[in-house]
Design a protein around this ligand. Structure first.
Ligand code: CP
Length: 336
């Protein structure tokens, strides 16, 4: 049966655990299967990338396949995704044809499509990702959409397991100041998957930077089901007390989609207080420091923290390769 990988919420905890175990076997060199031998996988990038693009290309190669990398509006035609659109403007091809054509060449399609931060009500529904999933007759893998970055989140869960074992941990997701508003995909998926894995999750952010209400209900429900917990705070210092994992990420306020200059004005007051520094890390219970990268040094995190022994950011980036091989081996092996 065709199975997409769009959000970890579509996968049970047991299935996520199996993916992490499979990724650990790939990492240890115990799994040398080539399920993509003689097959191709399309990787569609609307936005820039280092880790996702490189690790997916290497991952497809290591599974025996060939990666077809496309950049709509660059190396392929500009793409329309709206139903019933009258395409008399700047969009040349519709997703309806684009993904079905790719499905005749490739056994799966990975897609990266960030939020434009223009229209919250629209973008919170992940319209471009869902258009890909709707029309594709091969599995679609989310390589970061407007609202989710599940490959990053599973690599993060794998990294926590590697560094701290299988036990329930006190995990802090902390907002950070950044010179421009960023999408919420990484914090959304990190908090969701940490809740699914049964951790005690704290989310710290300034007032006005709340994550999506429906997603928060899902995170709370997943935490309860998995035997973990969820707490929220606006106190950036107390948030660090006793944490075993510190995950830093900046994101824009949903109140300011389409009004980014207001977001910039609002966040200016938090510039110095919300950086992850040595003083805050001292409040933790020997926490590891995590960030998905790219990261702005001495803005999100000090050199002293990111260069310390507690920083695991390079391991997280490496684990993108192993977890994506596990995901591709799982969802693309059985497709024709
Ligand atoms: N973390 C992450 O997705 O990195 P890239 O944006 O470089 O792919």
């Amino acid at each position: 049966m065709l199975r997409d990988f769009l959000t970890t919420a579509d996968w049970t905890r047991e299935e996520l655990e199996e993916l992490i175990e499979s990724a650990l076997r790939f990492k240890r060199g115990e799994n040398r299967v080539k399920p993509l031998e003689g097959r191709s996988v399309a990787l569609v990038f609307f936005n820039p990338s280092l880790r996702t693009r490189a690790s997916m290309q290497v991952g497809v190669f290591e599974l025996g396949g060939n990666a077809v990398v496309l950049e709509p509006g660059g190396t392929s035609w500009t793409l329309e995704h709206r139903e019933g659109a009258v395409m008399d403007s700047d969009k040349t091809e519709h997703v309806a044809e684009f993904v079905r054509v790719l499905g005749r060449y490739c056994v799966g399609i990975g897609v990266r499509t960030f939020a434009a931060l223009k229209n919250w009500e629209e973008e919170r529904t992940d319209p471009i990702l869902n258009a890909f999933a709707k029309y594709a007759d091969v599995p679609v893998i989310n390589l970061e959409s407007a609202m989710q970055h599940p490959c990053q989140a599973l690599a993060d869960m794998m990294t926590i397991r590697e560094k701290l074992g299988v036990w329930r941990k006190r995990v802090l997701l902390t907002w950070a100041w950044h010179p421009k508003p960023l999408p919420m995909a990484v914090p959304n998926s990190f908090a969701l998957s940490a809740a699914q894995m049964g951790h005690d999750v704290t989310i710290a952010h300034p007032e006005g930077y709340e994550l999506d209400d429906e997603l928060m209900k899902e995170i709370r429900a997943q935490a309860e089901q998995a035997g973990g917990s969820l707490s929220l705070t606006n106190n950036v210092n107390e948030a660090f007390d006793g944490a075993e994992v510190v995950y830093a990420k900046s994101w824009g306020s949903k109140n300011f989609y389409g009004a980014q200059e207001k977001d910039l004005e609002e966040r200016a007051q938090y510039r110095h207080d919300w950086i992850v520094d040595e003083e805050k890390m001292k409040r933790t219970n020997g926490a590891i420091f995590m960030h998905c990268l790219p990261v702005r040094r001495n803005v999100i995190v000090t050199d002293g923290v990111i260069d310390s022994a507690s920083s695991v950011v390079i391991d997280e980036a490496e684990n993108r390769l192993h977890i994506q091989k596990a995901i591709m081996a799982r969802v693309l092996s059985s497709s024709s």
